[in-house]
Design a protein around this ligand. Sequence first.
Ligand SMILES: [Zn+2]
Ligand SMILES: [Zn+2]
Ligand SMILES: [Zn+2]
Ligand SMILES: [Zn+2]
Length: 264
Amino acid sequence: MSETVRLFTGDCTTKFDGTRSQTQRGTVVIVVKPDRTVLVHDADGYQPVAWLTRPDELTIEEDDAGFSIVAQAGEQTLRVVSNAKGRAWSAPIGAAGTPIGTCPDCSGPLVRIRGDVRCLDCEDRYGLPSGAAILDDTCEACGLPKMAVERGERFELCVDYACEGLADAVRDRFEGEWDCPDCGSPLSVKSPDGRIFLGCSAYPDCETTFSIPSGTISGACACGLPVFDTPAGERCLDGTCDHGSHATDGGRPFWPSGDRSSAL
Ligand SMILES: [Zn+2]
Ligand SMILES: [Zn+2]
Ligand SMILES: [Zn+2]
Ligand SMILES: [Zn+2]
């Protein structure tokens, strides 16, 4: 979706009032982004001489004598007034992301912008699960890029969940794999609203649930649940478990030094 950026240049007086106050004069370029962010640039360096990010209010006036731009965010006010006519114009602007391939629908460029894959032309958009890494492979069914996601193990799937769902893959692999520590019933993979978690199959009699961390299983906890190797370190599936989340090679419980058997 291309939006509009407004650009102004000329000899201006810029006045900022807020946590500090400053006034500057010179020939500058003012960029007004679609989210109302105002940046005032002079000739030097990358940093604006003054700016206000996403102000609550923005008023722009233009006439034959020049222009004025007033942005206000709480106690902060940025006021840019041209001392001569100056120039003003608009241009299309859009989001920019890492190029990752070609849109199978329209052949436009696909980019990754934070947690989304987007086509810059047709605006197709695919939300990625947290921790997803885009792969060089494309999906044989639809032509979109594939991603790798770790939820207990590494899954390589189409970025379009309607084509290849992460919940289905996790369910195929881990349905009934572990038992509920509270009642002993098998844990079931649930995905009611896009979230994926393990919930006790005895629900509603037992309401035990565990979110599935991003990472791969590296062993078993003394509590019987798996230990995940996550970007933040190793942890039991049960984030509140204090049995010591120590991994083993063989997937069997490992007791750290000291007698932990009483914890069983
Ligand atoms: Zn497209
Ligand atoms: Zn696909
Ligand atoms: Zn249960
Ligand atoms: Zn545990």
